[in-house]
Design a protein around this ligand. Sequence first.
Ligand SMILES: [Zn+2]
Length: 317
Amino acid sequence: MNDVNLRHSSRRRFIAAAGLGATVAFMPRLLFAQKKGIVPTMIDAAAQAKIETHPLRRGISVLEGSGGNIAVLTGKDGKLLIDSGFTVSKARIVEALNDQSADPITQLINTHWHVDHTDGNDWVHSAGAAITAHVNTKKHLSTSTRVEGWQYTFPPSPAGALPAAVFDDELRVHHNNTSIALKYYGPAHTDSDISVVFEDADVIHVGDTWWNGIYPFIDYSTGGSIDGMIRATERNLSVITDKTIVIPGHGQVANKAALAEFRDMLTTIRNNVTVLKKQGKSLDETIAAKPTAAYDAKWGQFLITPAFFVTLVYSGV
Ligand SMILES: [Zn+2]
C-alpha cells in the first residue's frame, strides 16, 4: 500500500536526518531533541508525498499524504473539507480536488488545532472556504502555542486561517443535502478535538483520537492525555456499527474492528506502564522494561517510536 510505503520512506528519511542506525525504534526519548524535529520531518514527508484519493461513499472521499487525512464532500453547495493538511502540498491537493469535480471549496472544518491539520487553512480560506472548529482550535491558532512533545513553538496563525465559526459542544451543519454532526470529545489528543459524522453516509472522521496502525501522539501541552485518548476511543466505538466507515487522523481508513484493536492496545499499554510507575520505576527504567513490546512490530514503525510513546503514557498515569 502507498500508505505503508510513505511511512517507511518517511522513517528512512527520519533516520537519515537524525544520523542514526536501524535501531531508531528503540532509541531513548532524547532522540526527539535532535536537530531534525518531528514538525520539520512531517513537513518534509508532506512535501514529497503523492496525494492519494480514496473514494468512500455518497460523494465523500479521503485525500491522504499531507499531514492528517483530509475528508472531502463534493456537491452543488461546493466542496466541504475536513482538515487542510500542510501548505507545501497545496498544488497537489488542488489537483486531487479538481480531479473529483469543478466545484469550488466553500467549507472547511478542523478536527483540532494541530499544524498537520490546519497549516493549509489560510489558502483554503482564500480559495473561498468558511472555517468551522471547536472554540479551543481558534484559541490555540490565535496565539503562540508550544507543543512540548514536539519541542516546537507555533507562532499565531494569519487571520485568514482562523475559524470564523466556533462551538463549545455540538454543532449541526447541512451541506450538499448531507447532515453533518460535529461533537466535542472533551480533552483527548488535545483540548480541541471533535468528531465529524456524515450521518446519511454513515462515515465518521475521528481526527487524531485514532492513528490507525501507528502509536498516537498525545499533546499534553494543550490538554491531551492517555486517559482522554481512551475515553474518546470508547465514545467512538459506542456511536458506530460494523458498517460505519471510520476515517482516522493518520493511517488508512478502516472500520470498527480496527478501532477496537487500537482501544485494546491503548488500554493494555496504559495498564502496563501504570504497574511499572507504581513500582517506583523511573521513566528510563520503564522504557527499558519494554511495556509496549507486544505491539511494537505493528504500531511502533512510524514517527512515534515505542520509547516516545511510553514517555507520553508515563506522563499521564
Ligand atoms: Zn494532532
